[in-house]
Structures are given as C-alpha cells and as structure tokens.
Design a binder for this molecule. Structure first.
Ligand code: C5P
Length: 439
C-alpha cells in the first residue's frame, strides 16, 4: 500500500454502530498507507470496541471525552492539526448532533472545530436512515460542505436487508484518498476557486455523479441552464453528411452536474451515443439550424447558457434530395458550403434577458490568444479552452484539461481529470461567476 497518505493527519471518528468493528480495518489501512491516525470514539462506540484496540492499531492515544486529556491533545489542537476528519461509522445520533452544531463529546467538538474536509459514512438501520429527520440532517451536512459517503444496500446487523450498511473499509479508504488528493494535487483549483468552506468536491467515476455528494445539493437551485452538446450533422444528400468527432461527454457531464446541484437543465444535443442524464430535459437535434432554433425556444427564460456543442461551421448550400452520383467524366466534385449560424454568438448578442454565457474553445495552436479573441468576439462571460491537439484530452476522450478565461484574463486551470470531474469544477465556477455577476 506504500506511502499514499504519508504523514497526512487523519482523525478517525468512530461512533456506536455495530459497524464500529469495520473502523478497525479502516484504521489499519490508513496507518499502512503512511497516515497518522488519531482515533476519537464516542462513549457508546467504546462499549462496542475497546479503545485499546484502536490505540494498538493507530499507535496514538484514543480520545473519548473532552476532558480526557488536557496536556497535548485538546479538541482544538486535534481539529486544527488534522488534514481530514472521517467519521465511520456515523450513527443517526452523531449525524443529528453535527447538524445541530453540538459539541457534547470529543468527536462532536472536534468536528465542530475542524477547518479541514470532514466526511461521514452513515451506518444504521434502514428505517432510521430513511427517517425524514435523518435525511434532513444529512441534507444539512451536505449543504455545509461535509462529504456524505452514502451507505450501501445489504444485510444489516438488525437482521433485515436494506440501505444503511456502511461502505466497506477498502472503499472508504479510496474515498479518503480521493478527497485528500483533490486537496493535495489540485493546487491550482484550490488556489483559484474560493471553495465552499475550503472544501473541494470529491472526484467520481464517470456517470456516477448523482450518487456522490459534492457541493451542497441546492448549489444550483433556482437556475435555469441551457446547454448545447455533441456535434451537429449537416446533410449533403440522403446518405452523406459533414460532422465531427465530438462525443458529447463534456456537455452531458455538465448537464448531469448542473441537474444534480438542483438547476433546471435543458440539454440540446446533436446525435451522440449517450443516455440523457437523470432529471434533464433533452432536446434532440441534428443540424446547426435545428440547434439554433431549439436554443431560441429555451433561451428566453434561461439564466445560464453553456455552448459546449461542436457546431459545424459550414453546411451544404443545398442538400441533394437524391444520392450524389460519381460522374464518369469528372475527377472532382464541388459542393458549395455556406456558413452556419453562430449559435453562441447569437446568444451573446441578445439585448434583453441575456443569460450568463459560457463558450468552449477547442484549439490546436495559439491557444490562449484564440480563446480570448473568441470570448470578446462572441460576447461571452467565460470561455473554456481545451487543447485538442493533445489526443489524451478533448474530443472523444474520457478526460479533459481546461483553462478558463473571463474578460480580465485566466480565472482557473483544471488539470487532466475525467470529464465528469472537470464538469464539477466548471459548474461550481460557472454558478459562482453567474451569482457574482448578477449580484
Ligand atoms: O468559433 P468556434 O466554433 O471555435 O467557437 C466555439 C464555441 O462556439 C463553442 O462554445 C461552440 O459551442 C460555439 N459555437 C456555436 N455555434 C457555431 C459555432 C460554434 O454555438 N456555429
């Protein structure tokens, strides 16, 4: 396992659920990975697993009550020095206390005092988990930027099967690494985004976004977002067309994140091979002309417009109604192309009800100059630049690396990551910028 978490100071909070025994395995995984683990148990957890077990596993004293130790490990010292707090298992009771801001034992006091990322892994009986009180408390935690690592379905200690089973220690370990590496590796992101309570969203595997709690769920609530995605297809004749390699992955990821954050999302998509994200209104189009007309239908009430589609710049002046034939006596074929409407520029120029407008620039050379020129020419609020000369990112790939500009210059750079992760950074930046602009 090596030194993945070398010298990271992690507070492992253990509360009084049966899954407390699994926290021993998590503690061991963290220690093996080089982390310094400080276990803080609630009094009921200490009835399930002896604190000596965690002391042996972590190599540090275990704290339970606030007045346990006064010399070196006060709750403030523990909280201030930590890189992360993970509470696993987190009972309904402790979740409720955290939501209420209570500090009645060492663990709740440390959590309240923590300035680092805090994650909780709920584990409880299904009814307790589904109880509106618990669900509302979980929502409160999410709103405040605490990571909630959703429990899995499975057999529970109470003998029934359902939601409420704590994620396995190995999976929790991965989540912890992801949360910490976001903070460690994405210095650019951290430096440039004034993040929700200084915490970054956790990375997720593509298309698992809605299961992962990132920003507060209501971060985009009240916003109507229109996104274009994918290529456009410009017919030449009944069987041939002009198009490009756009997969739609970036635009679909943006739509998925925006919807998961509570926005009302309309996704206007050219032909792609992707399923519509949950909760998103999807309008299928083929050509640039159809895309423009769909955008015009939905733009009037939109607060944010994101032009992520790779719109074909040209279309055939006339579409042949029959298949164009090879001619015996001509070695060339001339097709007259005419310019397509520039959809995003049309939105950018709107005089009334102009939404906050975000464009994309896929460039191969002179990247920054072209991107900034485009921002100005198309009257955009933000432009997201990606280097399509690099095959590992951009068109049709699963990853992207982007730089974002506004009219004053570069505002962020997000290093190479899967598109759904980039989408989270971008949507956070877009919502924040739109909020700032609209006051
Ligand atoms: O000018 P260029 O095609 O490079 O600009 C890219 C940006 O403009 C993207 O945001 C793209 O979605 C948008 N665009 C558009 N309509 C066009 C061409 C591009 O909305 N006809």
């Amino acid at each position: 396992m090596g030194t993945q978490l070398k010298d990271r100071k992690i507070i492992l909070g253990v509360t009084g659920g049966i899954a407390a025994y699994k926290a021993c395995i998590l503690c061991r995984l963290l220690v093996k990975s080089g982390a310094q683990v400080f276990v803080v148990m609630t009094p009921s957890a200490a009835k399930l697993v002896g604190k000596e077990t965690f002391e042996a596993l972590s190599g540090h004293p275990v704290s339970i009550e606030i007045f346990d130790r006064t010399e070196d490990i006060s709750h403030i010292a523990l909280a201030t020095n930590a890189d992360m707090v993970i509470i696993a298992p987190a009972t309904a009771n402790t979740i409720a206390k955290i939501a209420a801001g209570m500090a009645d034992n060492m663990l709740t006091a440390v959590t309240l005092a923590a300035a680092c990322p805090v994650a909780v892994a709920p584990a409880m009986n299904t009814n307790m988990y589904n109880n509106p009180a618990t669900q509302e408390n979980i929502q409160t935690l999410i709103r405040r930027g605490i990571y909630v690592i959703s429990p899995a379905e499975g057999e529970l200690a109470c003998g029934v099967s359902g939601t409420g089973r704590m994620k396995e220690p190995e999976d929790l370990f991965e989540d912890i690494c992801a949360i910490l590496s976001n903070r460690l590796e994405n210095k650019t992101v951290q430096g440039q985004l004034e993040n929700h309570q200084g915490r970054l969203p956790s990375p997720v595997k593509p298309l698992e976004l809605t299961q992962t709690r990132l920003l507060p769920k209501a971060f985009g609530a009240g916003y109507k977002v229109v996104i274009t995605a994918g290529p456009t297809v410009e017919d030449l004749d009944p069987v041939r067309f002009i198009s490009n390699n756009s997969s739609g992955k970036m635009g679909y990821s943006l739509a998925q994140v925006a919807a998961a954050l509570g926005a009302e999302v309309t996704l206007i998509s050219g032909p792609v091979n992707l399923e519509a994200p949950k909760g998103v209104r999807k309008i299928d189009v083929k050509s640039a002309a159809q895309m423009l007309s769909a955008v015009e239908d939905y733009i009037k009430s939109a607060d944010i417009f994101i032009g992520c589609a790779a719109v074909a710049d040209f279309r055939a002046e006339t579409i042949s109604p029959v298949k164009i034939k090879k001619s015996e006596d001509a070695d060339t074929l001339t097709i007259k192309l005419v310019k397509n409407p520039d959809i995003i520029a049309t939105v950018g120029k709107l005089e009334s009800n102009r939404p906050f407008t975000v464009g994309f620039a896929a460039e191969t050379n002179n990247l920054h100059d072209f991107a900034r020129a485009k921002l100005e020419k198309k009257h955009l609020d933000l432009i997201v630049l990606n280097d399509v000369s690099n095959k590992a990112i951009g068109f049709n790939s699963d990853d992207n690396e982007v730089t974002v500009f506004d009219k004053d210059g570069q505002v962020a750079h997000f290093e190479k990551q899967p598109k759904p992760v980039i989408a989270q950074y971008l949507m956070e930046l877009i919502f924040k910028s739109a909020k700032k602009k609209n006051g």
